[in-house]
Write a protein that binds this ligand. Sequence first.
Ligand code: SUG
Length: 440
Amino acid sequence: MREVNFDGLCGPTHNYGGLSPGNVASMTHSGARSSPKSAALQGLAKMRFVRELGVPAALLPPQPRPSLRWLRSVGFRGGDDDVIRQAAAGDGVWLRLASSAAAMWTANAATVAPSPDTADQRLHLVPANLNFMVHRAIEAETTHSVLRAIFADEARFAVHAPLPAVSQLADEGAANHTRLHVPGRPAVHLLAWGRRGLGGGRAPVRFPARHTYEAAESLARLLQLDPEHTLLPQQHPDGIDAGAFHTDVLAVGDGGLLLVHELAFADLDGLLEGLRRRLGDGFTAVIARESELPVADAVAAYPFNSQLLTTESGRRVIVAPEESRENPRALDFLSRVQADGHVDAVHYLDLRQSMRNGGGPACLRLRVAMSDQERAAIQARVFVDDPLLEELNAWVERSYRDALDPRDLADPLLARESMAALDELTGILRIGSVYDFQRG
Ligand code: SUG
C-alpha cells in the first residue's frame, strides 16, 4: 500500500469572496485581488515537489464556476449572461457564492478508507456534503461525479453518495479525518467533529462548528470501519473559536506519528490514551502547548496544516507553508519536531494564493492509500508525471487570468473562458464528461 496524494487544482475564478466565517484568512482577505494563474501554478508546483520527494501525486480537477446550474436553481433566469448579470447585482453575494474555486481544497472533497481497513475490503469514499457553507455545498454533486469517474471499478472501489444534505449531518470530509497505522496492528481512524447535530454538548461560541457528531458516526458506518478501531473525538470548541474550523488546522498524523496542538481536541488526554492502547509503543504524539505555540500563531501560520509524508525510501518529511517559516513560533515548533528526530526534513512551499483563503498544503490534498493493483485499475489520467505536469502548466498559462478583481466575476467572458478551459481539461485527463455543462 502507498499513499497517493490527490491534490486539488485551483479553478480560473479563484477569488477572495470572504465567504467563510470562522476561517480567519478568508475573513481577512475578503475583497482582495487574486491571481488565479499564480494559484494554479503554485498548486502544480506543489504536486511536482511532492512527486519528486518520492510520494505518488494525483489530481482532482476544478469545478465549473460560476455554477450557472446552481444560480438557476435559486431562481435566476434567462441566458447565461442574464443570469450572471442578475446574480452580480447589489453586493454580488450570489455571484460570489457561485464563483468560489473552493473545490481546490480536496481535503474537503471526501472521506476515504483504504481497502485493508474496510469490512468488504474495497476502498471506500464518501464525498462530503459540505452542507454547512453555501458556496461549498455546491461542490458535492460534481465531486461525486468526478470520484465516480476516477474510481469507476466497482469491484475495487465503493464511491458512496454524499450524506443527506441537512445541517444535522454536515460533513467536511477528510479535513476532520486522521488515519494512524503501525505495522502489525489494525489502522485506527479518527473521525472528528465540532458539534452535536441533534443537540447537546459544548459548542464554540464565537465561530461556527461545521462538522457534526452524527456525520462522523454515519461516515464510520458507510466506510465499513471496525468500531473497535474508530474513534470520534470532538474538536476543541476553544480551538474552533480561535479559527481552527477543521481538525487539520491543529493536527496532522502519518503512520504512528501525530503532531497535535493542545487545543485541537476537547479531550486530548483521553484521545491519546485510546490511541496508545490501540497502537502500542509504535505510537508517538508530539504536543504543542499554548506556551510553546499559541493557537493564534498556529492558525495564522498553519504549521499543522502540513503534509506529513513517508517517501518511497522511507524518509519522513513535512511539507509546510512558507508562512510557517516566517512565523518564529511555528518555525521553532517544526524545527523541534525535526531536531527530536520525528521527521528527516521540513520543506517550506509558497502557497500564498491558497493560504489567503485559509487553505494550506494539507487542505489541498486528499490522501488515498492504495495498492498497486488499485492504482492500475484507474483509467483516468490523474496520476501526475512530468508530461502531464508540462501539459497542465501550459494549459494554465493559456487559460487562466493573471489577476482577478472581485468585480471581474461579473464579466460573462470569464464564465465562458472557464467552461472552455474545463472542457479542454477533461480531455487532457481522459476523465469523460463529468461536468453538468458538458451533459447539456
Ligand atoms: O472551507 N476557504 C475554505 C478553506 C478550506 C480549508 N480546508 C481545510 N482546512 N482542509 C473553507 O473555509 C474561502 C472562500 C472565500 O472566502 O472566497 C474558503 O472557502
